[in-house]
Design a binder for this molecule. Structure first.
Ligand code: ZN
Length: 384
């Protein structure tokens, strides 16, 4: 039996980045509603839990005091405010009423997910509103004001736990990598669209960590048009063996859905096929698991992806046809989708060959650069 917790608050959707901003907070409500329509929010061993709160002290384990002060000041302001030194108030990271309260709520949710797994005996806890992986110590970035994953992982590390952070978002998990770049206590692995022409412009294989952290930052940059088979290949040949070898006390994953081929921001060609495959393999590892949401700019993809993930976490087989009530809701939003699951997608031959060459080159470089030392090191450490 797997005990699971879904950390959720209706307040996740109670604000707005602005009508023209791609980050739509309705995504959380839509995902929760779809889960409910599939019967996944009233399971005997899958509980829906509240977020709790986060203290300044916890936030200060990563963020700078001056930055937090600025966030608090702007949060209470009734006029429009901006401070570009902190990345605040531009088109990407708008200052809207209550934005800091909202960011704190999302962070509290991730801390609660970590607590449920480490202190209350849950096998898996999933915070839909976590995974805001671009926030830096003193700068908002990529729609992220507070780095919930880092704040929660800091607490786990302070408890003496070793952590793997796996990031499956279309964008490089730069904020989290940066926080643990010089330590071997947290292994960060990010699969993402290459930063060559894509935000945030980092996440190349050459970024492997420094000092005692050398080899503990792993990046698999993927070409545009990387499809299901190639995404699974990158996961199977890099992420999976490293997670298994490191054998962490806690696995933290960012499960962004902006990798999907119908996402408006990325050029990857992923579907629910490889997404489900990876979530299934992660569950099979049976490592205490803190799962987080993340990116995703097609609302229906977000709702489908996270519902699929939550279904797998609970071992519930879902009807591949979306519930009629949900189809009505999304059709009113202009979405024609009627299926929960997509067919596996193969990119066009030319695109696929280019992406395949690149993923093979990348896998071989990482296996040469990181595997011998690291897998060897892990084996020695676990033999102690
Ligand atoms: Zn993203």
């Amino acid at each position: 039996m797997t005990r699971t917790a879904l950390v959720y608050s209706h307040d996740f959707s109670a604000c707005s980045y602005g009508d023209y901003h791609p980050f739509k907070v309705q995504r959380y409500r839509l995902a929760f509603d779809l889960m409910t329509q599939y019967g996944l929010t009233s399971l005997p061993d899958g509980h829906v839990r509240e977020c709790g709160t986060v203290s300044d002290e916890e936030l200060l384990t990563f963020h700078s005091p001056a930055y937090l002060q600025r966030l608090a000041e702007f949060n209470a302001s009734t006029e429009s405010r901006a401070d570009f030194r902190y990345g605040l108030g531009d088109v990407e990271n708008p200052v809207f009423p209550g934005f800091y309260d909202w960011a704190r709520l999302c962070t509290a949710g991730t801390l609660e997910a970590a607590r449920l797994v480490t202190e209350e005996g849950y096998d898996i806890a999933f915070n839909l509103a976590g995974g805001l992986h671009h926030a830096h110590r003193a700068r908002a970035s990529g729609f992220s004001y507070l780095n919930d994953a880092v704040v929660a992982i800091n607490r786990l590390v302070a408890q003496g736990l070793r952590v793997v952070y796996l990031d499956l978002d279309a964008h490089h998990g730069d904020g989290v990598q940066e926080a643990y770049y010089d330590t071997d206590r947290v292994l960060t692995i990010s699969l993402h669209e290459t930063g060559l022409h894509f935000f945030p412009g980092t996440g190349f294989e050459s970024e492997t960590g420094k000092g005692t952290g050398r080899g503990y930052s792993v990046n698999v940059p993927l070409m545009e048009h990387t499809d299901d088979a190639l995404f699974m290949k990158a996961f199977d040949e890099i992420a999976y063996p490293l997670i298994a070898a490191y054998n962490p006390d806690v696995l933290v994953t960012q499960l962004g859905a902006d990798t999907f081929r119908t996402d408006p921001l990325s050029r990857l060609e992923i579907t629910t096929h490889s997404y489900s495959y990876i979530v299934r393999k992660l569950k099979a590892l049976r490592i205490p698991w803190v799962a987080l949401g993340g990116g995703g700019y097609d609302l229906v993809n977000v709702a489908r992806a996270w519902t699929i993930a939550w279904g797998i976490m609970n071992g519930v087989e879902l009807n591949p046809r979306l519930p009629a009530e949900f189809v009505r809701t999304i059709s009113a939003m202009g979405c024609a989708n009627t299926m929960l699951l997509d067919a596996m997608y193969w990119a066009e031959e030319g695109d696929r060959n280019r992406a395949l060459d690149e993923v093979e080159r990348s896998i071989s470089a990482i296996r040469k650069r990181i595997f011998p030392a690291i897998i060897g090191t892990y084996a020695t450490t676990s033999g102690e």
